[in-house]
Write a new protein. Structure first.
Length: 256
């Protein structure tokens, strides 16, 4: 299988390197990922006149590595249009060291890169795990080994015109897999504000936190099952037209 790997943490992050090492044992693997960290980039693409700089690196056996000074979605789009010789059979985005559960998927560069692949009609998976210390390469290797063993199974769970969002808790058992919905919650974006001696205001976004209500666990969504030690699998469809919303709007009529 031809597999394209990308992420939001950078092309040399231990998560993507662990994936590449495991998957390249049985598959053709290429990494096209941001040169620097792009956390929270969402589905942004570089559309101004700034050129993207792509550079190839030769640091892994059997794996081509391209760095791109852009967003995760830039990496996928550029890879599919120019950098790859052949269209990949599968795109895997991750491993993100923070779980992308609930509404955090909307700002996640990891999930958005997978969605960019799905838009291009390529099966795509987003991976994240609870890694308390990013340099714990052993933890990344464990997740990567699981993905390599279960790759065929995971690929079959990808919905048509959608992606599969997979989250790993800090401690997990391979048999504990749970299909689940997203947990409803609010993103609590808190900023640190400072004013310099010249009167200019500067703001830093602290780590965004999910703010869940008392009913979060009652929903029994991805947050609940992650807390129970389960690996969660959430199919995300790209069709944002949910339910009967359009029908309701049409019935309402337009009166100016």
């Amino acid at each position: 299988m031809k597999i394209l790997l990308t992420n939001e943490a950078g092309c040399f992050h231990p998560g993507i390197i662990a994936l590449a090492k495991e998957l390249s044992k049985d598959h053709r693997v290429c990494i096209v990922a941001p040169l620097t960290q792009q956390v929270g980039s969402g589905h942004s693409l570089t559309v101004d006149q700034r050129p993207l700089h792509a550079q190839q690196w030769f640091v892994l056996d059997r794996v081509k590595i391209w760095s791109v000074d852009g967003t995760p979605c830039d990496c996928v789009a550029l890879a599919l249009d120019k950098l790859l010789l052949d269209k990949p059979d599968l795109i895997i985005s991750g491993i993100d060291p923070v779980n992308n559960r609930g509404n955090m998927i909307y700002t996640s560069g990891v999930v958005s890169a997978a969605i960019e692949g799905a838009i291009q009609d390529i099966k795509s998976i987003a991976l994240s795990a609870t890694i308390l210390h990013e340099k714990k390469e052993r933890a990344y290797r464990r997740v990567a080994k699981f993905v390599a063993r279960k790759l065929e199974f995971l690929a079959k769970q990808i919905p048509d015109y959608g992606v599969l969002n997979v989250n790993f808790p800090e401690k997990f058992k391979a048999k504990n897999l749970m299909p689940t919905a997203l947990t409803d919650g609010l993103l609590d974006n808190e900023y640190e504000i400072e004013v310099n001696p010249f009167g200019s205001t500067f703001a830093w976004l602290k780590s965004p936190l999910m703010e869940f209500g008392m009913d979060a666990y009652e929903q029994k969504g991805d947050l609940y099952w992650l807390k129970q030690g389960y690996i969660t699998m959430t199919p995300l469809k790209l069709d944002l037209l949910k339910g009967d919303a359009l029908t309701a709007l049409q019935k309402a009529g337009i009166k100016l």
